[in-house]
Design a protein around this ligand. Structure first.
Ligand SMILES: CC(C)(COP(=O)(O)OP(=O)(O)OC[C@H]1O[C@@H](n2cnc3c(N)ncnc32)[C@H](O)[C@@H]1OP(=O)(O)O)[C@@H](O)C(=O)NCCC(=O)NCCS
Length: 193
């Protein structure tokens, strides 16, 4: 089942990043990375065509309280996001039906790719979900062709569960791959390594 999440007041600090809820002042930074063609498309959403579109998404982030802004410590700039999203039960197997979890989703400004920043942020979110919120599992899906996201999953300890069809807002589907990570506290490390 989908677990509860509310990132209000949460601040996760890693070596290079601060993860915190989105704020109104983040609009320019959000528009800057989300308007680059080809980046959002890898995650199943279209790049933003206007600052108004980014403002709507920003309001949604602030209302839904499930998305962390990824702030680069050295500049204070928001360079991406990590969401603790609802998953579709069909994307998992029966073994997960009674367990409590969520799906991790992420995007990073193209200017910062390849420095291990998202794995660093995702590891902090994983610790928060397991150690503070007591989740049983996390999952993370990506298009079969998205090898960059696959590498993030591998680096963060997720294991392949199954192939699935992921439906975009447009109604189109994409062949995707679902990965899972069980809480080491609840299940012991051996079960997923
Ligand atoms: C997926 C994403 C968040 C990875 O973030 P990141 O901080 O760059 O992650 P990493 O630095 O660990 O890089 C992951 C892999 O991307 C690849 N990569 C790195 N830099 C790259 C670049 N400039 N161009 C293409 N691929 C690159 C490498 O294969 C790397 O794996 P490696 O470290 O084993 O070589 C980022 O690529 C992104 O925002 N992509 C678009 C949105 C998206 O796909 N979201 C996930 C939806 S499921």
């Amino acid at each position: 089942m989908n677990a509860d999440i509310d990132v209000t007041g949460v601040r996760l600090v890693t070596e290079r990043l601060i993860l915190r809820p989105f704020e109104k002042k983040d609009l320019d930074d959000l528009y800057q990375y989300a308007s680059v063609e080809g980046v959002g498309e890898m995650a199943g959403w279209s790049h933003h065509r206007s600052k108004e579109e980014s403002a709507e998404i920003l309001s949604t982030f602030m209302e839904e309280k499930k998305t962390f802004a990824v702030v680069l410590k050295e500049s204070g700039k928001v360079i991406g996001s990590i969401g603790v999203e609802r998953y579709s039960p069909d994307a998992l197997t029966e073994a997960f039906y009674l367990l409590k979890g969520r799906e991790i989703g992420y995007v990073l400004s193209r200017d910062y790719w390849g420095r291990g920043l998202i794995p660093e942020g995702v590891l902090a979110v994983i610790s928060y979900c397991f150690d503070t919120l007591g989740y049983d599992f996390l999952c993370c899906g990506h298009a079969l062709t998205n090898l960059q996201s696959q590498r993030v999953c591998e680096k963060c300890g997720f294991s392949f569960l199954k192939e699935t069809d992921y439906y975009l807002r447009s109604g189109e589907s994409r062949r995707s791959c679902m990965n899972v990570l069980l809480s080491p506290k609840r299940f012991g490390r051996d079960t997923y390594e």
